[in-house]
Design a protein. Structure first.
Ligand code: KIV
Ligand code: NA
Length: 277
């Protein structure tokens, strides 16, 4: 498989070939996603919740993102690896935004960055793109501003709100974004934005008509059990499987059934050690 590029993803949109994207925060997950031929691997700031146990994604910083992007890049040589810009890394000034996007690319090694927000972020997107960095937008439910949105709620639920989202999408496209994540919006709005934009739309809770779909790995495989959003499909129950395994492990230790003879090392006979007892 040859390396996925943003140009290839754009061709996929034009040819109606659907795009697959999944999160990974570490090397083993990234290797699995690459083996499965997933097109885009996202080092999402959702890792704040799924693996660091935070309430939301607000607290995560640049250092943590770089730390997690590095092993994902090593594990997925064929996928396009996108690194999330953390909250606070692109809101203060265009200059700081460019500097931080450069850091994610240089220190993390990702192929592109993603940031949240609509028309208000267009200038920032343009500045980062002008610096030579592919940028993905993210509109609809934007978890970094969950406090402003009043919770993890579906967005774009009125004609007016849908129109704003469409304008946001087109502004981001005009600013040079190569693609858009559409999160938690009505299917009809996802369809409209997908139709009206030239760049690929990747939906998460945005219905069936987006150019591609993304899910959070830990949601897909039952590894994050605090809550499961409506838009998630679970493709496995690894969490339950691991708990079963650990319970068996504990029981076998208690009953003296683990380790068994095939797990032991030999090298000296017990009789030879008698004088040491
Ligand atoms: O951080 C993340 O996992 C994301 C996806 C939900 C798109 O931004
Ligand atoms: Na994110």
């Amino acid at each position: 498989m040859s390396k996925i590029t943003t140009q290839k993803l754009r061709r996929m949109k034009e040819e109606g070939e659907k795009i697959s994207m999944v999160t990974a925060y570490d090397y083993p997950t990234s290797v699995l996603a690459n083996r499965a031929g997933i097109d885009v691997v996202l080092v999402g700031d959702s890792l704040a919740m799924t693996i660091l146990g935070e309430e939301n994604t607000v607290s995560i910083g640049m250092k943590e993102m770089v730390y997690h992007i590095k092993p994902v890049v090593k594990g997925a040589p064929d996928a396009l690896v996108v690194g999330d810009m953390p909250f606070g890394s692109y809101q203060i000034s265009k200059k700081k935004a460019v500097k931080n996007a450069v850091q994610l690319m240089k220190k993390g090694g990702c192929d592109a960055v993603k940031l949240e927000g609509g028309a208000e972020m267009a200038e920032v997107v343009k500045a980062i793109v002008d610096a030579g960095i592919p940028v993905m937008g993210h509109i609809g439910l934007t978890p970094q501003t969950v406090s402003k949105l009043g919770g993890f709620k579906v967005q774009g639920k009125s004609v007016e709100a849908a129109e704003v989202l469409l304008k946001d999408a087109l502004k981001l496209q005009e600013a040079g974004a190569w693609g858009l994540v559409l999160e938690a919006i009505p299917e009809e709005v996802g369809k409209l934005i997908t139709k009206k934009s030239d760049i690929p739309t990747i939906g998460i809770g945005a219905g069936r008509y987006c150019d591609g779909q993304v899910l959070v790995f830990h949601d897909m495989f039952g590894l994050f059990q605090r809550f499961v959003p409506k838009f998630v499909k679970q493709y496995g129950q690894l969490g339950d499987q691991v708990v079963d395994g650990l319970e068996t492990f504990k029981k076998e230790i208690q009953e003296g059934r683990f380790p068994a003879s095939q797990h032991k090392f030999s090298g000296v006979e017990e009789e030879e050690l008698t004088h040491l007892y």
